[in-house]
Design a protein around this ligand. Structure first.
Ligand code: PLP
Ligand code: CA
Length: 296
């Protein structure tokens, strides 16, 4: 079925009545980088006043859930850590609960503090290389597999370096038991006016050099779907995923058996939403902020 455009107050009322739980992608729906989407906080508040359950699902592994709580607060939105599912958190939960990661081992992180904090919070020690010392072929002789490394975790890393990639590579290439996990594989990262390489692009260095395929946690992949749907015991028929991207958010919702709402404040435009063969959103509307007109 073609996605239904929601544009009137009565469309919005029916949407809100139809669901008990709304899952929100963050960037492109609630904010764009540091800027809040106009009226999105009021729309979320309206949903809370009407007793809806709100869940926030982001592929961005740069921040921990604690950082996200602070970001929501700064934007005037009330949200608690247990409502937030980031790809970094899903990675930590997966390692602890599904992979039963040996607590005596360490995770080598190609990524930032968001990943390290989430892993440490579930009791997994992390290592990485932050130094910026020059690299030469001779200095690479010090880069050897570490028997204590049980997993290499790859996410967005704004300080990616050859040294880090070399450490990750030798652990993965020379120890087939070392787990290879990517927080997400977004091809691009929305940077306001321009798109930049996403963590999936950084990941491609390691998939190419090691010829290994990582387990990818983030939307639209099954581990994130399972992490959210199972830990919240969602009733898929009464839950709606709201996103701005068809290849991550809408596909994530479809795979989780949820209805989906695509907004036009981020990556997808109307032509992309209506294009034949695109992941089919159930609904689309201009902006989450438009729901604020429902008031109480
Ligand atoms: N990954 C990174 C590093 C980002 O900066 C962003 C958006 O800013 C994303 C992923 C996508 O985040 P979301 O899933 O909230 O749209
Ligand atoms: Ca998004």
């Amino acid at each position: 079925m073609a996605p239904a455009r929601l544009a009137t107050r009565s469309d919005y009322e029916s949407l809100v009545d139809r669901f008990d739980t709304f899952l929100f992608d963050c960037d492109g729906v609630i904010w764009n980088g540091a800027a809040v989407v106009p009226n999105a906080p009021a729309a979320l508040e309206m949903l809370r006043r009407r007793g809806k359950r709100l869940v926030f699902v982001t592929n961005n592994s740069a921040k921990s859930r604690r950082d996200y709580v602070a970001k929501f607060a700064r934007l005037g939105i009330q949200a608690s850590a247990d409502e937030i599912f980031s790809s970094a958190y899903a990675t930590a939960v997966y390692l602890r609960d599904v992979a039963k990661f040996d607590p005596a081992k360490k995770a080598y992180v190609v990524g930032g503090s968001g990943i390290r904090q989430e892993l440490e919070d579930v009791g997994i020690s992390t290592i990485g290389h932050e130094d910026t010392a020059p690299v030469s072929l001779e200095s690479l002789h010090e880069v050897v597999p570490d028997p204590d490394v049980g997993a290499v975790i790859c996410g967005i890393d704004y300080d990616i370096s050859y040294r880090k990639l070399a450490h990750a590579h030798v652990n993965l290439a020379e120890n087939r038991d070392c787990l290879f996990i990517a927080t997400n594989d977004d091809r691009t990262l929305p940077g306001g006016k321009h798109m930049y390489p996403g963590s999936g692009a950084l990941l491609s260095v390691l998939t190419h050099s090691t010829q290994r395929a990582p387990l990818v946690m983030g939307k639209p992949n099954p581990p994130m779907v399972e992490c959210v749907v199972q830990s919240l015991r969602l009733d898929p028929d009464r839950s709606c995923m709201v996103g701005d991207r068809l290849d991550t958010d809408v596909l994530f919702g479809i795979r989780g058996g949820l209805r989906t709402l695509c907004v036009l404040t981020g990556v997808a435009d109307e032509a992309a939403i209506l294009a034949p063969g695109a992941p089919a959103a159930s609904y689309y509307m201009a902006s989450l902020g438009d729901l604020a007109e429902l008031g109480g």
